[in-house]
Design a protein. Structure first.
Length: 113
């Protein structure tokens, strides 16, 4: 399993870059936490989804972090999940039901309202 933070690329997301590069203790703690989410979520994704996550986090850290955090919380609560490269982000099996979850992290708008 490849680590989530890649020192060989220039990422567009300042949060990703800060967590990856800043030696401050709080940034390194955040890096360890995000990597722990990655290790937990990794087995539940297909190969193409794993690559999507690795690419997305460099450009949209908040949304990708939210998806991993949500998935890991569901795993910790004992839900059976999967994550594929198409469709909503997370598929949850609960009793006889299938629940699809699209993890969205809103961004700032571009208008005054």
């Amino acid at each position: 399993m490849e680590p989530l933070f890649d020192n060989t690329v220039v990422a567009d997301d300042s949060i990703y870059n800060s967590i990856r590069d800043d030696p401050a203790p709080q940034e390194q703690e955040a890096k360890m936490f995000v990597e722990s989410l990655w290790r937990k979520f990794y087995p539940y994704m297909d190969d193409s989804r794993r690559q999507q996550i690795r690419d997305q986090i460099k450009n949209d850290f908040s949304a990708t972090f939210w998806e991993m955090y949500l998935a890991c919380t569901l795993i910790d609560k004992g839900y059976e999940i999967t994550s594929g490269s198409t469709g909503p982000d997370i598929r949850v099996k609960h009793k006889d039901n299938t629940i699809w979850v699209e993890a969205i992290a809103p961004e700032g708008g571009n208008q005054s309202d």
